[in-house]
Design a protein around this ligand. Structure first.
Ligand code: SF4
Length: 64
């Protein structure tokens, strides 16, 4: 699994970091999504998909 964050679409809502703080953080400067190292863990797929579904900007992509 790989999480791809499309930061050009991110509107800094913070939903991903609230929903899956083990996978996502926000950039201190502009609030845009940052994928944490835990985002490479295959076991994190369900949480990643959940966060992707809640993102208001469709900025999170979960790849196999
Ligand atoms: S939920 Fe989406 S729009 Fe909000 S910070 Fe995360 S990636 Fe950006």
């Amino acid at each position: 699994m790989k999480i791809v964050a499309h930061t050009d679409r991110c509107i800094s809502s913070g939903m991903c970091a609230l929903t899956a703080p083990e996978l996502f953080d926000q950039d201190e400067a502009d609030g845009r999504v940052v994928v944490l190292p835990g985002g490479r863990d295959p076991g994190a797929r369900a949480a990643a998909l959940h966060a992707a579904g809640l993102c208001p900007a469709q900025a999170i992509e979960v790849r196999e």
